[in-house]
Design a protein around this ligand. Structure first.
Ligand SMILES: Nc1nc2c(ncn2[C@@H]2O[C@H](COP(=O)(O)OP(=O)(O)O)[C@@H](O)[C@H]2O)c(=O)[nH]1
Ligand SMILES: [Mg+2]
Length: 299
């Protein structure tokens, strides 16, 4: 299956939720206040979030006026343009190597799975990958990562459950350097005894990376589960405040009608959406492309 069709089929539920509602407002009638109110309702009920919705409506009002558009049908393409523009405001730069990716996010969002997919992706690109199993809190967390490592035959650094995740990261950096690895990906816990502990642990891992591997480009990739909808915003704030996120991966788009949350998250801060997850298989991680994403909602 091609790239776009994969995204397209993965996003059926969001498309149904979003596009089917849009159909009813692009009726060819005059553009009036009621039209904007209906559109606002569609966006809000599609999990686009209050801030992004307001921005979209404002831009659409301005542009319809300056382009002198009269009928609702005429501004469908314009709406698409605006949605793409919002998502492209923070575009991801190409990776430079070597790089480190600390993968963070609450429990169950898909961190370990995303890392498994990333290992495969970089391996296919001919990059040398090392994984660090620094979720030492949850039983079987490192076994889960080991299965992914075996699948792509990449090196993994682990330690016993309950051991210090900082020590795992320390060892993994040494291993990445010794092997002249291109990519080091660090799996982290999503839950500890409490939230303060978790944030302190992530800060500590971050300090080790910055101190011991300054030559590597450092990414702090926050994984968000699309099915939480706008609740994703509070997760972005929480993790950004603690360690400062640089990239987003939005998972489980295939299982939810709440893909509109991507807009909510994208307008929340200056961080680019880098990847989207559309399934549980190794190939189900796509590089995010704003235009294709919006096309998949509309087409
Ligand atoms: N449908 C679907 N399931 C996913 C996706 N990403 C992860 N999962 C599933 O979500 C569950 C939790 O994933 P896991 O990687 O263990 O989450 P973690 O706790 O953040 O490490 C697993 O059952 C994964 O197979 C995705 O993009 N789509
Ligand atoms: Mg995990």
């Amino acid at each position: 299956m091609g790239f776009f069709s994969r995204l397209f089929s993965g996003m059926q539920k969001t498309k149904k939720n979003f596009a089917d509602k849009l159909k009813f407002i692009f009726t060819g009638n005059e553009i009036d206040e009621e039209f904007f109110e209906e559109l606002e309702y569609v966006l809000l009920s599609s999990d686009v979030g209050a801030a992004a919705t307001e921005e979209i409506i404002e831009r659409l009002k301005d542009e319809t006026k300056s382009r002198k558009l009269k009928k609702t049908d005429d501004c469908k393409a314009l709406l698409k343009e605006i949605l793409i523009g919002i998502l492209e405001e923070n575009k991801a730069e190409e990776f430079s190597f070597p790089c480190v990716m600390m993968v963070i996010g609450v429990n169950g969002v898909g961190k370990t799975t995303t890392i498994g997919k990333l290992a495969h992706k970089f391996d296919k690109m001919g990059k040398k990958v090392v994984l660090a199993a620094a979720d030492t809190f949850r039983a079987a967390a490192s076994e889960q990562l080991e299965i992914w490592a075996d699948r792509s035959r990449v090196k993994i650094v682990t330690n016993e459950q309950g051991s210090d995740p900082g020590a795992v990261v320390f060892d993994a950096i040494a291993s990445a350097k010794a092997r002249k690895a291109d990519v080091l990906i660090i799996d982290t816990a999503g839950r500890l005894h409490n939230k303060v502990n978790l944030m302190e642990e992530l800060k500590k891992i971050s300090r080790i990376v910055e101190r011991d591997y300054p030559e590597a480009e450092y990414h702090k990739l926050l994984v968000i589960d699309a099915s939480v909808g706008q609740n994703a915003i509070s997760q972005v704030e929480l993790f950004d405040e603690a360690v400062g996120i640089t990239d987003l991966a939005i998972t489980k788009l295939d299982g939810t009608a709440k893909g509109g949350a991507v807009f909510a998250v994208a307008t929340e801060n200056q961080v680019p959406v880098r990847f989207v997850g559309v399934g549980e298989q190794v190939g189900d991680l796509l590089d995010f492309d704003a235009k294709e994403f919006v096309d998949a909602i509309f087409e």
